[in-house]
Design a protein around this ligand. Structure first.
Ligand code: ADP
Length: 306
């Protein structure tokens, strides 16, 4: 096999109480990428469609993670990368992660799978660092493993796969506003109160337990973030209304996707997720902000060959 076309999925990170550690993979939203072996060694980005992103290998997250991989693998070929970008950069559903993870996953397939998903995540983290300034894996891990993942630590890199209750669906609203990463970082508290920390780790523990036991009620009352959301939600117009209307409609939980501006909800069953989509649309239709809404099954596979 000399060429492969893949769908590299969008992902939701910072899942409520699981800030910086928990993420999940979306099913029908993602970038398409074509990766081709070449006789000439090295990495070349030959096509980018959809959004304006750098062609220079060292300035594109897909190129940086690919370079990290060939530096380790030293294959006797090179690779060309084509990116058909569907996930808007900066939307908060893992646009950079889809590119960083997609290139190395596809190259690994073409090389006969010498690396496992954790090793691929480590290469892709080099790409993510270019976009965000720090190596983090909370969008990469769900893209590469599928389903829900918990990044237990980054040094050493340890990723846990969390079982996904089968009826779980996500609804995402992406308001087309820009939130600067620097602003969403600056607004976070440097210190937190012990009572909030206790609530948060109790929620993370019970959320993971709920996923293992298919307990949708426990899942619902664990999806709370008392540390980050109260601060960051101020940057997202109408967050409180989207949250309250979605919960009123029957969503299990609602939170900020990544560092925003996208907002996610989790629901039991597709019908409920679609009703939540309508509730979200109703809130944003009354504003002058453009938006997109998606309903997605949780993608337990991750990357797909198309
Ligand atoms: P997201 O959370 O949606 O991934 P980020 O702000 O983390 O958004 O990443 C987007 C940043 O990464 C932008 O500055 C963009 O120019 C840069 N970038 C570089 N290469 C890519 C790529 N292939 N795909 C997406 N973003 C990229």
């Amino acid at each position: 096999m000399n060429e492969i076309k893949i769908l590299s999925p969008a992902t939701v990170a910072n899942v409520s109480c699981g800030f910086d550690v928990l993420g999940f993979c979306l099913d029908n939203i993602g970038d398409e990428m074509v990766i081709r072996k070449t006789k000439v060694k090295g990495i070349k980005i030959t096509k980018i469609e959809g959004y304006n992103l750098p062609f220079e290998t060292e300035l594109n997250v897909a190129g940086v993670s690919a370079l990290a991989m060939i530096n380790d693998a030293n294959p006797d070929c090179g690779f060309e990368i084509e990116i058909y970008k569907k996930i808007k950069p900066g939307s908060g559903i893992g646009s950079s992660a889809a590119s960083a993870a997609g290139s190395v996953w596809a190259m690994n397939e073409l090389l006969g799978k010498p690396y496992n998903a954790t090793q691929l995540t480590a290469f892709a983290m080099k790409g993510e660092a270019l976009a965000s300034g720090s190596e983090h894996a909370d969008n990469l891990a769900p893209a590469l493993f599928g389903g829900f993942t918990l990044v237990k630590s980054t040094t050493p890199l340890q990723i846990l796969e969390i079982p996904t209750p089968s009826e779980l669906y996500a609804t995402i609203i992406h308001p087309e506003i820009e939130i600067k990463t620097a602003d969403s970082r600056a607004i976070l508290p440097k210190k937190i109160e012990l009572k909030n920390a206790i609530t948060q780790w109790a929620n993370v523990g019970s959320l993971i337990h709920a996923m293992h036991t298919n307990d949708y009620n426990l899942l619902s009352n664990s999806l709370n973030d008392v540390i980050v959301e109260p601060h960051r939600s101020k940057l997202i117009p109408h967050f409180d209304s989207v949250k309250s209307e979605s919960l009123k409609t029957g969503a299990l939980g609602v939170g900020i996707s990544g560092s925003g501006p996208s907002i996610f909800a989790l629901s039991k069953g597709k019908e409920k997720a679609e009703a939540v989509a309508q509730a979200m649309k109703n809130v944003y239709s009354k504003t002058n902000i453009n938006f997109n809404v998606y309903v997605s099954k949780i993608n337990t596979q991750g990357m797909k060959i198309i």
